[in-house]
Design a protein around this ligand. Structure first.
Ligand SMILES: *Cc1c(COP(=O)(O)O)cnc(C)c1O
Length: 400
């Protein structure tokens, strides 16, 4: 039995900002204004008969927090309403969301096609874990619809991709790829982290499943790990739920509470970070030290028109190639004062990452070159600071 929201407040015709403040709220008998944190692993039944009925699925209610929990259910319902999905399941991490989504329906002998430019652990799943389980994978240039079409086989069961991609912010045609998947009888799965649930609505464009690392912009303040899988009610309840329930990738109620409160401010934060990202991208594009800026919201992005069609703005991340390779990149990073050096993203604090030596180190120089990650490539995640201060920080560091 899925979690039951007594106050299914989010069925109403609200716009996203309203849903994100009120959607999914379950109030206890105390009438608390701020959502309660139910730190409980189990639930007491009034009678033995009630316990029996609950296990038979004849009585609505919670059974065990590995399956569902009131605070987690509030987070799931708020995310479900925001995404326009039939149902959602929250997970302990973004990678738990990806793994649960894939393994809940794939089996040995199946085939998966994925975009080649992927978050490091997504790539590891495609190149190592799925093949070890007898699930063949083909990696394609995610931008190239012909490549997706050519990779389809009779046993292709899933198409998996990110857009924009990490770290080079390439854009895949969501409608196009999802259409190819549907025609082949495969499920399309999008990791929508870089677009955030505010800027891009994959389900409206034909995706079957959307996954997030809630660790990023959904928390948005760098505190907790979390993830979420969103899809039709049928997929979540009939295909994913039993796998989820029995393998245990569940989100902790504490983390769900943090994420739930994070959702209240998500549109404000994403809007602020996107505005800063636009300013920073334009600033970088004027600098002679910069070989190239990658920002889907700029006209010089190779897929600007597509980005404009499927994203509400260019997004909260900017990538750029600094002339002078690794040495110049390191000098720049070490001279920054406000931007923090990390591999994470989606924090209130602005962050800088050098993919070649951190997140994509494992690929080696050739692997990186194949997906356009040079030694001078840097990725910025714009936070919530004053944009003028951020540009000044970059200006000082780039001149160093
Ligand atoms: C961070 C990230 C993940 C993994 O999320 P975790 O919460 O760290 O497990 C997956 N995909 C993308 C695009 C990410 O940025």
């Amino acid at each position: 039995m899925a979690a039951k929201n007594d106050a299914k407040t989010s069925g109403k015709d609200w716009r996203p900002a309203t849903t994100l403040v009120h959607g999914g709220t379950i109030r206890s008998q105390f009438g608390e204004m701020s959502e309660a944190m139910f730190l409980t692993s189990g639930y007491a039944y009034d009678t033995a008969e009630q316990a029996e009925a609950r296990f038979k699925g004849e009585s609505e209610g919670f059974v065990y927090s590995r399956y569902s929990n009131p605070t987690v259910a509030m987070f799931e319902e708020r995310m479900r309403a925001l995404e326009g999905a039939g149902a959602a399941r929250a997970t302990a991490t973004g990678m738990a969301a990806v793994t649960t989504a894939l393994l809940s329906f794939l089996k040995a002998g199946d085939h998966v096609v994925a975009g080649r430019v992927l978050f490091g652990s997504n790539l590891y799943i495609m190149e190592n874990i799925l093949p070890r389980l007898g699930i063949e994978t083909t990696l394609v240039d995610g931008k190239d619809l012909d490549a997706w079409g050519a990779a389809m086989r009779p046993n292709t069961r899933a198409c998996f991709f990110e857009t924009p991609t990490n770290p080079s912010l390439e854009i895949a045609d969501v409608e196009g790829v999802c259409g190819i998947a549907r025609e082949a009888g495969a499920l399309s799965i999008i990791d929508n982290v870089f677009a955030t649930p505010i800027l891009q609505k994959p389900l409206e464009m034909g995706a079957d499943i959307v996954v997030y690392s809630a660790t990023k912009h959904i928390d948005g303040q760098g505190r907790c790990l979390g993830g979420v899988v969103l899809s039709s009610q049928e997929f979540i309840e009939e295909t994913l739920h039993d796998f989820f329930k029995h393998t245990g990738p569940s989100m902790s109620p504490f983390n769900a509470w943090v994420m739930l409160k994070g959702l209240e401010t998500l549109p404000l934060r994403v809007r602020h970070s996107c505005a800063s990202a636009e300013l920073v991208a334009d600033f970088l594009a004027q600098r002679s030290e910069v070989a190239r800026v990658f920002y889907p919201g700029r006209r010089d992005h190779p897929q600007y028109a597509l980005a404009k069609r499927q994203m509400a703005s260019g997004g909260p991340l900017v990538a750029f190639d600094l002339k002078g390779g690794k040495e110049a990149a390191f000098r720049f990073m070490n001279a920054l004062e406000i931007f923090k050096i990390t591999n994470n993203l989606g924090d209130a604090k602005s962050l800088v990452t050098h993919p070649a030596t951190t997140t994509h180190q494992r690929l080696g120089p050739e692997g990186r070159a194949a997906i356009g990650i040079g030694e001078g490539l840097l990725r910025l995640s714009l936070g919530l600071e004053d944009a003028g201060d951020l540009v000044a920080d970059i200006e000082r560091a780039i001149s160093a």
